[in-house]
Ligand binder design. Structure first.
Ligand code: HEM
Length: 281
């Protein structure tokens, strides 16, 4: 009998991989993260994360979720890097960020400033455009960014400079049902998605056959240490150059990655932010 298997949730353990000088931990949204349920879930929305969304043209969406508990504060900042094209864009052309609370209240991030901020860790100059801080409702907040031109933005969430967890996987599976090494970090609150949608077209998971299909710079998946990663967005961001990442597309890149970066916290935590899920056998 074929049973519908609950596809496994990928658990990116930033906890064990965090960079020492703990700036906001980066999470890179994927082109497929078009709805909150498709996007990653920040298991504790008070932990500081820097969510990177990048768009090639107007009308694209990227989304994610963050869980908060009663008594928490929701802190969100909207930043862009202080360079073109973003810095040259009028506010009306920058991606719009809409946050929906667990009780369904919608809030659009207002752009009220252009304050410079040097991020020491990456030596990158950012501009703050807006900040939001309010007592949190318990449950899952949804964040949806919609582009109005080519642009990349950073959405900083949380304030605790401690390692955090990011879950990726089918939204229909409550994260609470998953084994997690630090159960205390999971919000003891409602189901993550009021309207679960099937996010994966198949339950087979991330097979080697699928990895092989995504073997180009346009869609670049790779297997590293038994997990499947979507490295498409990383190709042109890699400090060691795009060609080595392109070389990982569609193949098992374990030995190549480990040969260069084994045990290095920054590459390992960057890699974790691109996790799709475990390689299906
Ligand atoms: C998905 C796979 C990879 C990720 C996520 C990744 C990530 C990174 C990161 C974050 C850095 C900056 C170093 C730091 O700040 O500590 C870096 C640098 C670098 N990477 Fe990678 N990398 C990957 C694969 C590779 C591969 C396969 C090679 C070569 C075989 C490579 C070669 C380099 C080189 C040469 C640098 C520049 C400086 C250095 O040696 O650290 N990377 N990478």
């Amino acid at each position: 009998m074929r049973r519908t298997l609950i596809a496994s949730i990928a658990l990116a353990l930033a906890a064990t991989l965090a960079a020492p000088a703990s700036a906001h931990q980066p999470v890179f949204l994927l082109p497929t993260d078009t709805t909150p349920n498709a996007g990653p879930l920040l298991v504790d929305g008070t932990v500081s994360f820097a969510i990177r969304a990048s768009f090639t043209k107007s009308g694209q969406k990227q989304a994610f979720r963050a869980a908060l508990k009663e008594g928490d504060i929701l802190e969100v900042q909207y930043l862009i890097i202080d360079k073109k094209p973003e810095k040259a864009l009028k506010n009306t052309k920058l991606p719009q960020l809409v946050i929906t609370s667990p009780l369904g209240k919608k809030f659009t991030m207002k752009f009220t400033e252009r304050t410079k901020f040097l991020e020491e860790y990456s030596r990158t100059m950012y501009l703050y455009l807006g900040r939001y801080s309010a007592p949190a409702e318990a449950g899952i907040y949804q964040f949806v960014a919609t582009s109005r031109a080519r642009a990349a933005i950073t959405i900083a969430v949380g304030y605790q400079e401690i390692p955090g967890q990011v879950l990726r996987g089918p939204a229909s599976t409550p994260p609470m049902a998953q084994p997690t090494p630090t159960p205390a970090a999971v919000a003891p609150t409602p189901k993550p998605s009021p309207t679960p949608e099937p996010e994966m077209t198949t339950q087979a998971g991330y097979t080697m056959a699928k990895v092989k299909e995504n073997n180009s710079a346009a869609s670049c998946w790779s297997v590293i240490n038994g997990n499947v990663y979507n490295l498409t967005q990383w190709i042109n961001s890699h400090p060691g150059g795009p060609s080595v990442i392109r070389g990982l597309c569609g193949v098992d890149g374990t030995s190549t990655f480990n040969g260069k970066h084994r045990g290095q916290s920054n590459p390992t935590s960057t890699l974790a932010s691109y996790l799709l899920g475990p390689l299906a056998k």
